[in-house]
Design a protein around this ligand. Structure first.
Ligand code: FAD
Ligand code: FES
Length: 286
């Protein structure tokens, strides 16, 4: 089971549309809610009617602790029944939350070049990581983090107000309505030779086609890359085995892991093409 976990009721302070199919929910929680690490997630459901029956996993987008309460921010895309239900909730409504859960991103020592690769709402845990660990916008040798952010079109690029000024922001859209015309991985491919593998790390989160494309791009490249992968979850606690995926373990041996417990962040080189559920959609956004 996840060691640091807590089930709590939170009260929605705000739940607003930030793009055509994306919402941001701000939840007020008791001050005892544990401080999440970037890359960790919470399991969320409506508190009183208990819907959806199975809570849904959402990454932490923002978190602030005050003396008498904590503020948790979630960014979510309408995918199906559960997230549509969340989008209809109003300020004052209550959510039941378990978390923070899972293993987040690991920050290597002595970094000089940090790259973020995000597709769609995959931006959520990466913005939290950037703000929580790289707020000065400078790594040790003074190079600004580079943030590649992709979406289907300009109207679906979210989080820009949080990123501006903190990083060198490179936008990509499938239809060319803003920034580079094409997937984030294509832009990265054209620039990757400029990055020294010995001083670079990549943090990535996005739809499965983006993660798979990143895997192909970095197959023979030693730049370390940590990715947050998505898998359907029932308990989020390591108990139901509903989120088990195969990864490439030590010695390239196939191993089975629970995404909710051993992940959701993995070394990209461990991720197999079958490691995640949703194989459809564009690289910038599923
Ligand atoms: C660790 C983790 C963190 C996540 N963080 C976020 C986040 O910050 N914001 C966000 O919008 N989404 C996030 N997701 C994905 C989110 O959990 C799913 O979109 C959501 O559970 C779908 O629920 P639903 O009832 O709306 O859709 P459903 O009706 O359950 O499913 C609709 C479609 O989405 C697919 N799907 C369902 N669950 C998942 C899943 N867990 N991963 C991938 N595809 C799924 C289904 O195969 C189906 O095609 C995260 C998933 C994980 C595992
Ligand atoms: S969701 Fe139940 S074990 Fe991971």
């Amino acid at each position: 089971m996840n060691e640091i976990q807590s089930m709590m009721t939170g009260v929605i302070r705000e739940n607003r549309k930030v793009a055509s199919d994306q919402f941001m929910m701000t939840v007020i929680l008791p001050p005892s809610f544990p401080i999440p690490a970037p890359g960790q997630f919470v399991m969320v459901r409506e508190a009183n009617r208990g819907e959806p029956l199975l809570a849904r996993p959402l990454s932490v987008y923002g978190f602030q602790k005050q003396d008498d309460h904590a503020v948790l921010e979630l960014l979510y895309r309408l995918a199906g029944r559960g997230t549509i239900l969340f989008s209809k909730m109003k300020p004052g409504d209550e959510v039941a939350l378990i978390g923070p859960l899972g293993k987040g991103f690991t920050i290597p020592e002595g970094l000089t070049r940090v790259l973020f690769i995000a597709g769609g709402v995959g931006v959520a845990p990466l913005i939290f990581l950037l703000q929580d660990r790289f707020l000065t916008a400078e790594t040790e040798k003074g190079k600004k983090p580079i943030f590649y952010l992709g979406a289907r079109n300009v109207n679906l690029l979210v989080g820009l107000e949080r990123l501006n000024g903190l990083c060198d922001l490179k936008l990509c859209t499938d239809d060319g309505s803003q920034g580079y015309h094409g997937p984030v991985t294509e832009l990265l491919k054209s620039e990757i030779e400029g990055y020294d593998p010995k001083e670079t790390v990549i943090f990535a989160c996005g739809p499965t086609p983006m993660i798979l494309s990143l895997g192909r791009l970095l197959k023979d490249n030693p730049i370390p890359c940590q990715v947050s992968i998505e898998e359907r979850m029932a308990c989020g606690l390591g108990a139901c085995l509903g989120c088990v995926v195969a990864i490439r373990g030590p010695g390239r041996k196939r191993e089975y892991v629970r995404v909710c417990l051993e992940g959701p962040v993995f070394d990209l080189k461990e991720v197999l093409p079958t490691s995640s559920v949703d194989m459809q959609g564009s690289e910038n956004e599923s």
